[in-house]
Write a new protein. Structure first.
Length: 245
């Protein structure tokens, strides 16, 4: 039986892309998935699909920038399934633009969702895991956590931050809680749809020609979860074979 079977796994940003694919895969392997995102109608559809295939799922509308909503999301998992085994901090936004475009509201949105959202997931889930003396926090970053490219300075800065936060958490939590960073290369998702800058949108269209399916990243997340409890997969970078940088 898979190590995933029976685990209670919370996934943010689950209404599409990597979050949706991860929920489907983990539920199919016996995980009890708790899914959250802003678009509740998408969550309802995903939950119905999982239940129709025999999976166990709970869902709740979630804005990760709101700590009260994040804590309520964790409480939902506890009340429905009795514990919290894994938190997948997946929610993210990517409205790329050159710095000189001065899209300050978009900068702030990336900081709020990509950094503060991850911190809120940690803040809500970590106390439960410490009390249980077990748990696993998985933060989804990006290859943008390793190199900066034009139009992506702020986005990459947020992902560098996620990488730093994840490594700091790993060093702090001790032996009972596992911590994993998953950094996707170019992957099919709706992230690029938030780009309002025409130059950045054109660059991204070219960049995304060889995108991975979201299911590839879901499999990487599942790989980290399904390891025995004494094995902590700290960092996974998953790129399309054709992506050289």
């Amino acid at each position: 039986m898979s190590e995933i079977h029976g685990k209670v796994i919370l996934i943010t940003g689950a209404s599409s892309g990597i979050g949706e694919a991860t929920a489907k895969l983990l539920a199919s392997q016996g995980g009890h998935v708790v899914i959250g995102a802003r678009r509740v109608e998408r969550l309802e559809a995903l939950a119905s699909l999982i239940e129709a295939e025999g999976g166990l799922v709970a869902y709740q509308q979630l804005d990760v920038t709101n700590i009260d909503q994040m804590q309520a999301f964790v409480h939902l998992a506890q009340s429905r399934f009795g514990r919290v085994d894994v938190v997948v901090n997946n929610a993210g936004v990517m409205p790329l633009s050159p710095l000189e475009a001065l899209k300050i509201d978009e900068w702030n949105r990336m900081i709020d969702v990509n950094i503060r959202g991850v911190l809120h997931g940690i803040a809500a889930g970590l106390p439960v895991m410490k009390e249980q003396q077990s748990g696993h926090i998985i933060n989804v970053a990006s290859i943008g956590a390793y190199a900066v490219s034009p139009t992506a300075a702020v986005y990459c800065a947020t992902k560098y931050a996620v990488r730093a936060i994840t490594e700091g958490l790993r060093q702090e939590v001790g032996s009972s809680i596992r911590v994993t960073l998953v950094s996707p290369g170019v992957t099919e998702s709706e992230l690029a749809e938030s780009i309002s800058d025409e130059e950045a949108k054109a660059l991204m269209k070219t960049y995304r020609r060889d995108a991975l399916p979201a299911a590839a990243i879901a499999r990487a997340i599942a790989y980290a979860i399904e390891q025995p409890t004494d094995v902590d997969v700290n960092e996974l970078v998953v790129r399309p074979t054709a992506q050289l940088a």
